[in-house]
Design a binder for this molecule. Structure first.
Ligand code: MG
Length: 178
């Protein structure tokens, strides 16, 4: 972390807390967002700056990391679940994260054609709803007892964190992006 005062505050927070559950959004937070590409190419992405080093540092400090991501493109029929999992594997590898990192994913979308992708239960997991964050906090209750932080790039990420009772950080602040 550099001179960004917000990044310094996070650094101090982490030094004081022995272990937390730190969850990340995926697109636009850890990797480039395909939604912001003019061609919307799902398989063209890059790891964003500073991610690898800071994630490694957080793991070395014994924080439990995880990912919570909306992938409504599946519900809308633009991509398949298999395409998502293929990409996820490559992303974890590129980020030097373990392949069994906890990942909560929501394929639902309110405009999905198939009913299974727009049922109330499925949509309750979709951000800005807190379902995925609550799931991960429940599954990793020991780390969550030290605090839950969600890092994202969109207002719905912040809303989901608030609804889950978690702290929130904007990705560009957390990763001290210039
Ligand atoms: Mg995002």
């Amino acid at each position: 972390m550099g001179s960004n005062p917000i990044a310094r505050i996070f650094q101090i927070l982490f030094q004081q807390r022995p272990s937390m559950l730190i969850l990340f959004d995926l697109d636009g937070t850890l990797i480039t967002s395909y939604m912001e590409r003019p061609d919307r190419q799902y398989h063209r992405w890059q790891v964003l700056p500073n991610r690898r080093a800071l994630l490694a540092q957080l793991r070395a400090e014994d924080h439990q990391l995880g990912i919570a991501t909306n992938q409504g493109g599946v519900g809308l029929g633009f991509i398949t679940q298999a395409a998502f999992y293929r990409k996820l594997g490559l992303v974890l590898e590129a980020l030097e994260l373990p392949c069994d990192l906890p990942v909560a994913v929501c394929f639902a979308h309110p405009q999905a054609r198939r009913k299974e992708y727009r049922s109330p239960d499925a949509l309750a997991r979709r951000k800005p709803n807190p379902g995925m964050l609550l799931e991960l906090a429940q599954n990793f209750s020991e780390a969550a007892a030290g605090g839950v932080l969600y890092v994202g790039d969109k207002p719905e990420d912040r809303q989901a964190a608030r609804a889950a009772g978690a702290d929130f950080a904007w990705a560009e602040d957390f990763f001290d992006q210039e």
